[in-house]
Design a protein around this ligand. Structure first.
Ligand SMILES: NC(=O)c1ccc[n+]([C@@H]2O[C@H](COP(=O)([O-])OP(=O)(O)OC[C@H]3O[C@@H](n4cnc5c(N)ncnc54)[C@H](OP(=O)(O)O)[C@@H]3O)[C@@H](O)[C@H]2O)c1
Length: 238
């Protein structure tokens, strides 16, 4: 099986890349990232992608297509904060167009454009999975705390895209699965500034989270396509 990780330099993306490369059923992992800092091995093939730059997504998909259709694509990119310039909003007064644009372009538009160029190069027959890392806070019905307006809304919108792609892909390949995945609270650069209230036992390492999520992905069936799941395989309501 050939796999693609988009965001292979991220905490969880790097862990996915390593875990997949250690599996005997995986022939090759295309490890795509903005910066060329992924180490090549006999199974890990690094490549460039910037999910905000559509031609770079198109080029990456073309290159990968020429070496055979990938049965698994995981979008592991995302943004929550960026120093003083971008912080999750604690109240509606803190909202800004700038924050909405930055967060939506990485968390929603980017994965959408990845889907545009990668779904068509995935198999037309047999089981194949396109998964994107979302977040539990993207669930509208499970939102009891509020806040984090741009991030929550960008992940809710991502979940809607994943559901839409499930419907479109089911005509092309009835065994195709799309999924939004919640990795848990994971010790990475993204969560670092927000870990203070998280009990140790609820903070996963990236390796733990990637291992749990790969088990979840392996168990998903076409009947579950288009839905959101957490690291334990439990469905998250829309
Ligand atoms: N960590 C958690 O607790 C947690 C909880 C819930 C959901 N999630 C979700 O899990 C996903 C992965 O998060 P993480 O914790 O692994 O964060 P991370 O370590 O900050 O990784 C994020 C990755 O996104 C990449 N990225 C950002 N913009 C990009 C662009 N324009 N083109 C290509 N790559 C881009 C970054 O690339 P660079 O390395 O080049 O910066 C980085 O590799 C995110 O979607 C996040 O929302 C995480």
């Amino acid at each position: 099986m050939k796999a693609v990780i988009i965001g292979a330099t991220g905490g969880i993306g790097a862990a996915f890349t390593e875990k997949l490369a250690s599996r005997p059923d995986i022939e090759i992992v295309h490890a795509l990232s903005r910066r060329p800092s992924v180490q090549a091995t006999d199974k890990i093939l690094p490549g460039q992608i910037d999910i905000l730059d559509e031609p770079s997504i198109q080029d990456a998909a073309k290159r990968i297509k020429s070496s055979g259709a990938p049965q698994l694509v995981i979008v592991a990119t995302g943004i929550l904060s960026d120093g003083e310039e971008l912080q999750p909003e604690k109240s509606l007064r803190k909202q800004s167009r700038h924050a909405f644009e930055r967060v939506f372009e990485v968390n929603t538009f980017g994965p959408g454009l990845v889907a545009k160029h990668f779904l068509p190069i995935m198999p037309r027959q047999g089981r194949a999975v396109f998964a994107a890392l979302s977040a539990r806070v993207g669930s509208i019905s499970d939102n009891h705390k509020g806040g984090w307006h741009a991030y929550r809304a960008s992940k809710a919108a991502l979940n809607m895209l994943i559901r839409n792609y499930a419907i479109e892909q089911s005509y092309r390949n009835p065994d195709f699965i799309t999924a939004s995945l919640h990795p848990g609270t994971v010790d990475t650069g993204l969560s670092k500034p927000f870990q203070s209230g998280v009990p140790d036992e609820q903070l996963f390492t990236a390796e733990q989270s990637a291992a749990y999520l790969l088990e979840v992905i392996d168990r998903l069936t076409p009947a579950q396509t288009g839905k959101a799941f957490d690291w334990a395989g439990k469905e998250i309501p829309a």
